[in-house]
Ligand binder design. Structure first.
Ligand code: BTN
Length: 224
């Protein structure tokens, strides 16, 4: 089992920023949770709305394989909430709405993995067609602390079975075998996702070409 230890705050600007500031004095597998974040952020510096009722936490780990920890985190969220799926590379969705996001940041030979999950929090009206909370899907309020404990337990279990993580990651994928449109910089690529690779890239093919894509934003994908 991973020896996670927890630090809980009523408020922090950002749990990732907290670990980035104090990492020198903080041991691996320290989990920092804030009930509310004033300045939560996501990938590409996008603001991450983090009011009370959501689960906002980060942990720090020494690794040379960040993608393994990101994959393990998204898989563990879906293990706990099987109605959800993974949208490459590591967003967690319910149908077409985002439930959770993961952001990893490197600091020396360690990474900070920040996880934001909409649990009981109300989604602001301008995000309503893009995001959703677990409480709306399951039609009940969750104990946020228990949700965190369940996810950490799953992360511990999954880390000890690395060969299963990639299999689950493919199984939980919302894009594998589907037609997608992906925005790569200023370019749009359309095609079928043939495979997801362990290094975090995807193989997309269309009648004109076949491409290995390592980054980009999927802006559309076909539903089953
Ligand atoms: C994304 O989808 O772009 C990633 C969102 C990550 C948000 C979490 S909430 C906890 C941690 N603290 C932050 O400021 N960000 C991450």
């Amino acid at each position: 089992m991973i020896p996670f230890s927890k630090r809980a705050f009523k408020f922090l600007p950002s749990t990732n920023a907290y670990l980035k500031k104090h990492y020198k004095k903080i041991a691996d597998f320290t989990v920092v949770r804030a009930e509310e974040q004033g300045n939560g952020y996501g990938r590409k510096g996008r603001a991450w709305h983090s009011p009370k009722g959501g689960l906002w936490f980060s942990f720090i780990v020494s690794t040379n394989d960040p993608f393994f920890w990101i994959m393990c985190s998204s898989v563990s969220i879906v293990d706990v909430f099987p109605e959800l799926k993974i949208k490459w590379p590591n967003d967690v969705y319910h149908k077409k709405r985002k439930i959770a996001g993961i952001l990893s940041e490197r600091i020396e030979d360690r990474i900070i993995v920040g996880i934001g999950i909409n649990v009981n929090n109300k989604i602001p009206s301008d995000l309503e067609d893009k995001a959703e909370s677990l409480s709306a899907i399951y039609n009940k309020e969750f104990n946020v602390q228990k949700v965190l404990d369940k996810i950490l337990k799953k992360i511990s279990e999954n880390v000890s079975e690395p060969e299963n993580i990639i299999l689950k990651w493919k199984n939980y994928s919302v894009i594998l075998g589907k037609r997608i449109t992906i925005k790569k910089g200023e370019m749009l690529v359309e095609g079928i996702v043939e495979d997801l690779a362990e290094d975090g890239s995807i193989i997309v093919s269309n009648p004109n070409h076949r491409e290995k894509i390592t980054y980009g934003d999927i802006i559309n994908w076909e539903e089953i």
